[in-house]
Write a protein that binds this ligand. Structure first.
Ligand code: GUN
Length: 303
């Protein structure tokens, strides 16, 4: 039987640990603080950001939300970042992505003080991660490592295959698995014979962004499958694929208009040894790791 790796439970453990650390810091007069910058009105971003701010409150972390208008320029954003870099009470700066087209995202992310870069997107943190130095690491890949370690799944010596090469997930996930002594392959849309890689993966990380892309024949029986996909589907026939034995559930989602599914077909989970579901898997860890990075940034700068 494939074992479900419960991201919500693991995130709960981490949040408890982070709350305890925040309490210790508070006893010494230090309240870790996260500032979240949300530009414009992207519905998904608004949901994520609200959830980040709410979790801060639950764990004793201070938070502030800044909501510049959709029309903000790169220069104005750079001024804002410089101001936040200079504020002693601010430990973490998170600029919610994506940004409007006119804003130069790379330039902006490079302007954040690496010590306050709780997203781990600054080239200095990416470089530190690559050279095996202590770094603020991107939250989703860090969450993947936590799930594996806390579920006692061996990383050292495992064949790990990461499908997807984004700067936010695929590349840093590959680097962190390599740092933990896995043998790592990074596959992507131009990979020839993808199945030849995925079939040999002891740990398969799916970070493609296409619903149900990883199918049964692509998974080695007994492998650990980590599904990073967050895909909205609104077509009933597509939904039925994800809830094969529960047409009523698929129909319910269809009436609502959409549901969120991962990059892995449920029949592929069935042949795995262990897997993270969507929702309730990796996604649950991302915010917990952001909180962990924020407390860490506070401790490093002020502790
Ligand atoms: N948009 C989607 N995921 C993320 C994330 O992890 N960090 C930021 N800043 N924006 C995102």
């Amino acid at each position: 039987m494939a074992k479900l790796l419960d991201g919500v439970a693991i995130a709960g453990e981490i949040k408890n640990e982070v709350a305890a650390e925040a309490k210790e810091l508070a006893a010494r007069g230090i309240t870790p603080k996260l500032v979240v910058v949300l530009v414009g009105h992207v519905a998904a971003s608004e949901i994520y950001v609200r959830s980040k701010v709410k979790t801060c409150g639950e764990l004793g972390i201070g938070s502030e939300m800044i909501t510049p208008p959709e029309t903000i320029t790169t220069e104005e954003m750079l001024t804002l970042v410089a101001e936040l870099n200079g504020r002693p009470d601010v430990d973490g700066i998170l600029i919610q992505l994506p940004l409007p087209k006119q804003v130069d995202t790379k330039r902006l992310l490079e302007a954040i003080d690496p010590q306050k870069d709780v997203d781990g997107f600054h080239p200095v943190n990416a470089g530190r991660l690559q050279t095996g130095q202590p770094a603020l690491a991107p939250c989703t890949p860090a969450g993947i490592i936590e799930i594996l370690q806390r579920s006692k799944i061996a990383i050292a010596g495992a064949n790990a295959v990461v499908v997807g090469r984004s700067d936010i997930v695929g590349k840093p996930a590959a680097m962190m698995l390599l740092n933990a002594s896995a043998t790592v392959s990074v596959c992507h849309s131009k990979t020839a014979n993808l199945v030849n890689y995925t079939r040999h993966a002891d740990i398969l990380v799916a970070a493609i962004g296409r619903p149900g892309f990883i199918t049964e024949e692509m998974v080695k029986p007994g492998a650990t499958v980590i599904d990073v996909g967050i895909n909205r589907v609104n077509d009933l026939s597509e939904m039925e694929k994800f809830f094969p034995n529960d047409t009523a559930r698929a129909e319910g989602f269809a009436r609502r208009g959409y549901t969120v599914v991962g990059d892995v077909d449920p029949r592929a989970f069935a042949v795995s040894g262990a897997y993270t579901p969507v929702p309730g898997g990796v996604g649950a860890l991302t915010i917990a790791m952001l909180m962990k990075n924020t407390v860490r940034a506070a401790r490093q700068r002020r502790g």
